[in-house]
Design a protein around this ligand. Structure first.
Ligand SMILES: Nc1ncnc2c1ncn2[C@@H]1O[C@H](COP(=O)(O)OP(=O)(O)OP(=O)(O)O)[C@@H](O)[C@H]1O
Length: 238
């Protein structure tokens, strides 16, 4: 049973080894992380430290070798492959670095398609695009959108199934400072307004002021860096 106090994500002592033989690495080494509904948590850390592995484990894309992962109270290790896929579609949203949009589809159709894949019969993309400030670009294809706009459509697509957990990989990698702030502000608003838990991997220290907590991944180990006070103004974009 889930209650309001159930964490959106609860990882306890997860380990994950990847590769074979001499190239085997411990991508996650006893990682624990609890994220509550409405929290925006940033994960920083050097390349190869295990950040993507953390998102994969949190999103039921990989099973840890040991430890446990619960999403909204559901122990992911109890799900078959098919059940994990259905659970992902219903409960978890993913936002990838480049937006990962389909070039031939308009912004509205990207959102519609994601909704249909998640089993929604009728999807009205306009309110979802509106939530990320993109309703006015609903008919535009990715080639006619800026990087920040594409990223916001990617977020709209991830939100169409009302996920309780949003996993975001480097959302500002290709953006200038102003657009980076806009995109992360969208994530912060969504966390606060819809009680979504957001885990965002980023190299971009400029946007950390939008986050409630900042964690650092080093060699597969996760450490809490700071409790940021959200609402504290991040450095204004130049
Ligand atoms: N499929 C794989 N097979 C073997 N090793 C892997 C595989 N995927 C990742 N690794 C290794 O696991 C470790 C963690 O990788 P991961 O992609 O989680 O790091 P990361 O922090 O996300 O890196 P980046 O910031 O560069 O994306 C690295 O040492 C990486 O080389």
């Amino acid at each position: 049973m889930t209650t309001d106090t159930t964490p959106a994500l609860e990882i306890v002592d997860a380990t994950l080894e990847l590769g074979d033989g001499d190239s085997r690495v411990r991508a996650l080494d006893g990682v624990s992380l609890t994220v509550r509904p409405g929290e925006l948590v940033a994960v920083v850390g050097p390349s190869g430290s295990g950040k993507s592995s953390l998102l994969a484990v949190a999103g039921a894309l990989s099973q840890p070798d040991s430890g446990s992962v619960r999403v909204h109270g559901t122990d992911l290790s109890t799900l078959s492959k098919g059940a994990a896929a259905r659970f992902r579609l219903a409960t978890i949203g993913f936002v990838f670095q480049s937006g990962n949009l389909l070039p031939a589809l308009s912004a509205a159709d990207q959102v519609r398609l994601a909704g249909r894949l998640a089993g929604r019969r009728r999807v009205d993309p306009v309110p979802v695009l509106d939530a990320v400030g993109m309703a006015h670009r609903a008919t535009h294809r990715p080639g006619h959108l800026s990087g920040g706009e594409r990223q916001r459509v990617g977020i709209a697509r991830a939100l169409v199934n009302d996920p309780s957990l949003l996993l975001v990989d480097e959302p500002t990698a290709a953006l200038d400072r102003r657009r980076s702030h806009e995109v992360v502000q969208v994530l912060a608003d969504r966390a606060r307004d819809a009680d979504v838990a957001v885990v965002m991997v980023t190299h971009d220290h400029d946007v950390l002021g939008h986050c409630d907590r900042v964690l650092e991944m080093v060699d597969g180990t996760l450490t809490e860096l700071a409790h940021a006070a959200r609402g504290m103004d991040p450095a204004p974009p130049r």
